[in-house]
Design a protein around this ligand. Structure first.
Ligand code: UT7
Length: 325
């Protein structure tokens, strides 16, 4: 009998400090940087984001999301034999946020590692966990997206600092006789490294290069719109499904205009598009599991629904996962 993987629980966590566009505009005005709620809403759909307190790390946010996912799945941390954390904002250079998070969950022994694919991190991590479960290398995985992107923001650059937020989302993924994950499709093109990056690095006891986020927004926008449709179509084809089989589209939450354009290209009514970018901003690898958990807990997404998850971001990376929830 074929072995599949299936999501048995979801969880998420947002740090308590909610910053509206108006709050941010006031703060930025104090630095001589001009922006407005009107501009941010019209160009991105973002109304608010959450920022973590200075001492809070990605593994803190991820551990809380993981506890909630475990509770929803009816599992204990000790049942888990694989932890994958998708993050571009790990607590330290090393060890991985996954190892630190494992300790915070009070367990030891299971495999734990990070996946670095920026905003595509969660679909990459979910695909890796699915492959490990299908092969028998793991039985019960925690797959987590956790980020503190506020740490990387240049608050003198209005073209980027209004876009991002902090948060974490998690799923428990378990071996199952029935799918579960139906198909996935991952890609990268390193030729576009420069359009979205944090170029700084640590060397000889110093930070070398600029440790703040740089983005050519229009270049990212154009690439994202094209590749998101391609990845969705490739994933549907692998699963032998069509647009009409998708109950919910959960794209990376970066910009409502990119998300709506993807839904239109897939001929999906906008009611089938899951939107949390308005309240979360762009939380990079955390955005998809955050949106998934919010929709599961609100009752929008029901067991048996077919979900298309899609990520796109720095690298350039992109990919999609189609699953029966
Ligand atoms: O997570 C990875 C994926 N990332 C993304 O998907 C991001 C993709 N890109 C985008 O979402 C959009 O390109 C942005 C939201 C970043 C920018 O939107 P845009 O419609 O491409 O705006 P723009 O860069 O063409 O800028 C238009 C104007 C400029 O002024 P001028 O030159 O026309 O006078 C900017 O200086 O808007 C100005 N502007 C702002 N004004 C007020 C840029 N940022 C701001 C701001 N507030 N925060």
């Amino acid at each position: 009998m074929r072995r599949y993987s299936r999501i048995t629980g979801t969880g998420s966590y947002l740090p308590p400090r909610r910053v509206t566009n108006a709050d941010l505009a006031t703060e930025l005005a104090g630095r001589g940087v001009e922006t407005s709620d009107e501009w941010i809403v019209a160009r991105t759909g973002i109304q608010a984001r959450h920022f973590a307190a200075p001492e809070v790390t990605s593994s803190d946010l991820g551990a809380e999301a993981a506890r909630r996912a475990l509770e929803a799945a009816g599992r204990a941390a000790s049942d888990i034999d694989l932890i994958i954390v998708a993050t571009s904002t790990p607590d330290m250079v090393f060890p991985s946020a996954a190892c630190i998070l494992q300790r915070k969950l009070g367990v030891a022994g299971c495999a734990a590692f990070d996946v670095q694919a920026v905003c595509s991190g969660f679909v990459y991590a979910l695909t890796v966990a699915d492959a490990m479960i299908q092969s028998g290398a793991a039985n019960k995985a925690l797959v987590i997206g956790a980020e503190v992107f506020s740490r990387l923001l240049d608050f003198t650059d209005r073209t980027t600092c209004v876009l991002f937020g902090d948060g974490a989302g998690a799923v428990v993924l378990e071996a199952s006789d029935t799918p579960g994950i139906l198909a996935s499709d991952l890609h990268a093109d390193g030729q576009h490294v420069g359009i979205l990056c944090v170029p700084g690095t640590v060397s000889g006891g110093q930070v070398l290069g600029d440790p703040l986020l740089k983005m050519d927004g229009q270049a990212v926008f154009k690439l994202a719109v094209g590749v998101l449709e391609d990845a969705a179509r490739a994933t549907l084809a692998k699963a032998g499904k069509t647009d009409a089989d998708i109950d919910w589209l959960i794209p990376h939450q970066a910009n409502i205009r990119i998300m709506q354009s993807t839904a239109k290209k897939l001929k999906l009514p906008l009611e089938k598009l899951v939107v949390t970018v308005d309240q979360h901003g762009n939380t990079s690898a955390a955005s998809i599991p955050l949106a998934l958990d919010a929709s599961v807990r609100s009752g929008k997404i029901q067991r048996g629904d077919t979900l298309m998850l899609e990520g796109v971001g720095g690298g350039f990376t992109w990919g999609a996962v189609l699953l029966d929830f």
